[in-house]
Design a binder for this molecule. Structure first.
Ligand SMILES: [Zn+2]
Length: 348
């Protein structure tokens, strides 16, 4: 990737680590996560909707006015939630990530934000702080409770940063690491990932007969990935993932929680029951004890996010109490009106 002359050399190093972690679904799934490098008053940040995995073959970074972004954050200016405002003249048609402000609050030059599976498996627990404290003793780290991605979350991170804090775990969301060079950040990311590493539960066999009897020639098919079916094959996991949503990207790409076919229901009856609440036809449906069904027209983002959920849930111990996003937190991610949603729920 040959950038424009104004791009700093450090951006090339950032591209390399972006591809390394962006290509590994244990760190980043699909278009999630982002990376940035500061060069004086300019911050280069990943553009919204682009893939870190493609950083060496496509232009995914845009340059933004760092002092202006920091001023907007400090004065509670609503433009802090409109990062395109801070694009420098000549910036390509890409829009900076909604998480741009999250990078601006770090004093370090290079920042990497991921949805690391091991971090998520801790960050969705009610006792996340205590579990993390056990495992992150050698790091200068901080924890921030869940907030919608954007300026409020950035201010929450800023409030907990000490002079040398370079690891921040975002409750029900993910991980941020920071450093003075891309190689230092890559090393830190790997060390935190290792420190939080959890073994995955083993795979159980799918009930393909039951799944095929249910799907017929309709809009759904049995998932191909055996890891996904595990969400349906362990009663604890069924109860957990149908109860609510655990982190934002799941809500954005798969909807609220995960729907299940109830005992005795046909697939059409299950879909009718769900869509009568005003929700769209579910991308995924769990068939408890049998496996997981996927809508045939589901896109790649929904598929990678469901695998992310399967990977997280395979690592959360059965006795851990989980922290779910509230209805309001789910709906603000979908830009839905909370009151309207409640009325629709009550109408059926
Ligand atoms: Zn994120």
């Amino acid at each position: 990737m040959t950038g424009s002359p104004r791009q700093p050399d450090a951006l090339q190093d950032l591209r390399e680590i972006s591809v390394r972690f962006g290509s590994d679904p244990m760190h980043i799934q699909g278009a999630g996560g982002n990376a940035s490098v500061k060069d004086g008053a300019v911050m280069w940040i990943k553009a919204s909707g682009t893939l870190l995995a493609e950083a060496l073959t496509k232009e995914i970074f845009v340059d933004t006015d760092l002092p202006a972004m920091r001023r907007a954050l400090g004065s509670n200016d609503p433009t802090a939630d409109q990062p395109a405002t801070f694009c420098l003249p000549g910036c390509p048609s890409l829009r900076p990530s909604i998480e741009t402000s999250l990078h601006a609050v770090f004093p370090q030059r290079v920042v990497l934000h991921t949805h690391c599976i091991h971090t998520l498996a801790h960050a969705v627990r009610k006792d996340a702080r205590a579990c993390l404290a056990d495992r992150l003793q050698e790091f200068d780290w901080a924890f921030v409770d869940y907030k919608k991605p954007g300026a409020n979350l950035a201010r929450g991170v800023q409030a907990v940063l000490g002079p040398d804090t370079n690891v921040v775990v975002l409750g029900n969301h993910g991980l941020i690491v920071a450093g003075e060079s891309a190689s230092a950040v890559a090393d830190l990311q790997s060390r935190v990932h290792e420190a939080l590493s959890l073994p995955a539960a083993g795979l159980k066999p799918t009930d393909t007969v039951a799944l095929n009897a249910l799907v017929g020639d309709g809009a759904y098919a049995a998932a191909e990935d055996p890891h996904l079916h595990q969400l349906a094959l362990d009663p604890h996991r069924v109860a957990r993932v149908t109860k609510g949503s655990l982190y934002p990207d799941h809500v954005i790409f798969c909807g609220i929680a995960v729907a299940a076919v109830q005992a005795g229901e046909t697939l059409d009856q299950a879909v009718d029951r769900i869509t009568q609440t005003g929700a769209p036809a579910p991308v995924w449906l769990i068939v408890p004890g049998a496996g997981v069904l996927l809508r045939k027209d589901a896109g790649v983002p929904a598929r990678v996010m469901m695998r992310c959920l399967a990977d997280v849930m395979a690592r959360v111990p059965q006795d851990a109490a989980l922290n779910y996003l509230s209805i309001e937190q789910n709906l603000e991610l979908l830009d839905w009106d909370a009151e309207k949603y409640r009325q629709e729920l009550n109408a059926c």
